[in-house]
Design a protein around this ligand. Sequence first.
Ligand code: UDX
Length: 436
Amino acid sequence: MRIAMIGTGYVGLVSGTCFSEFGHDVICVDKDHSKIDALRQGEIPIFEPGLKTLVRKNVDAGRLTFGTDLGAAVRSADAVFIGVGTPSRRGDGQADLTFVFEAAREIAAAIEGYTVVVTKSTVPVGTGRQVQDLIASLCDRDMFDVVSNPEFLREGAAIEDFMRPDRVVVGTSSEKARQVMEAIYRPLSLIQTPILFTSLESSELTKYAGNAFLATKITFINEIANLCEKVGADVHDVARGIGLDGRIGPKFLHPGPGFGGSCFPKDTRALLETSRMVETPLRIVDAVIDINENRKLEMAEKVIAACGGDVDGKKIAVLGLTFKPNTDDMRESPSLDILPKLQAHGARIHAYDPEGMKEAALLLTDINFCDNAYQTLDNADALVIITEWNEFRALDLDRVKQSMKTPVMVDLRNVYEPDLMVERGFSYTCIGRPVR
Ligand code: UDX
C-alpha cells in the first residue's frame, strides 16, 4: 500500500513511521519546510522512545520519506491519512478543525484515482461526514471514500501501542474502503488484533468515549484517594482490591495530581461541548473536568500544608515537570497549575525534568532550572515529586536528606513507601496512603 500521512506532529509521525514498519510505502507531508528538512536529516522534533531508530530504519529501507508537496503525495497514494492537530478552540473548548478542513480541501484538489481519505486526528462526531461533503463538492464522489480511524497512542509508549494495540477501530460504510483498510492493517490481523468496523460516527465517538472513560477512572481513584486520607485507608490497597474485579480492571487506577497531556483534557472538553450541542448533557464528564481542574490547584495546597502552612520565601525543589514520564510534552501538565500557585504564595522554585525543561521554560516564569535532581535540593525547604520519571524512583535518600534544609517530601505520584520514608527520617506526604 502507498500511504500519504498529512501532518508530522505526534500522531502523524508515529503513525506514518509505524505504517512504514508494517512494510507500506509512506510519505509524511508537512507544510513546515524546516521540520521536513530536519526529519530528512534524521532529527526527530519530539521525544518518543524508539521513534528515532524506527524512522532511521525505514528511511534507510526506502519505505519512509518526507516532503512538503501534499498534491504529489496524494496523487501517488492509495490512502491519505489526515494527522493534523485539532487543538481546543478558545472559548467553547470544541476541537478546532481548521487544519483538518484545510487538508481535506487540498486533498480534494489533488485526487486523481480512487483514494481512501482517513481521519486519524481526533475529531468530533460528524466531522467525517463534513469532510466527505467538502471533498465531494470539489471532486467526483466515486473517486474517494472517507474513513475514521482514531489513534489510541499513549505518549512514551506510542510505538508499542501502534504495533501491538488492543484493537483498531475503523469507521466506514464503503466496502471498497474497508478492503483498503484491511490491507493496511493486515500485519495486525496476523497477530490476532481485533479490527472493529463501524460507522463513521461510532468510530469518532469511540475515541472520545474511550478517553473520557479513562479520565473518569483516574478522577474516580483520585477522589477515593482523598477519602482514604480522611478515613485512614490505603488507596493502593483499595485500587488493587477493586482492580482485580475483571469488570473494573487494574489499569488507570493510579492516583496522582490530576490528568494532563494533549488528549484527556482536550478530548473531555470537546466531548462535553458535543453533548451540549445536541442537548444531551454528559454530567459525569462535566464533573470529571471540574474535579480535575480543581485537583491540580489542591495539590499546591497540599504542598503548602506539608510546609507547615506557609511557603513564603521557602525554596521548593521540584522533580518532574512534564504531564507524565518519557515525554517532553508539557501540555496541560499539573505542574503548570501547581508551580504558579506556589509562587503566588512566595515560594522559590528550583526544578529538574529529564526532557521537559526546554518546553517548561516557555510556559513557566521565574523557575531556576537545574542540571540534575540533586542540584535542586541544596538547602531546600521541601521536595515535591510531580512526575514519576524512573530516575526519581531510586534517589539516594541519605544524600537527599543531607542536602535539604528540612527533609520534607511531597510525593504526588506515590513513588515511595510511606513507612520507609518515615524510617529514613522524612516528613513525608503522599496521595491517599496513611503515613504513620
Ligand atoms: C492518552 C490515552 O491513554 C491514549 O489512548 C490516547 O490516544 C491519548 O491520550 P496519553 O495522554 O499519552 O494517552 O497518556 P496516559 O498514559 O493515558 O496518561 C494521561 C494522564 O493521566 C497523565 O497525566 C497521567 O499521569 C495520568 N494518569 C494515568 C494518572 O494520573 N493515573 C493513571 O492511573 C493513569
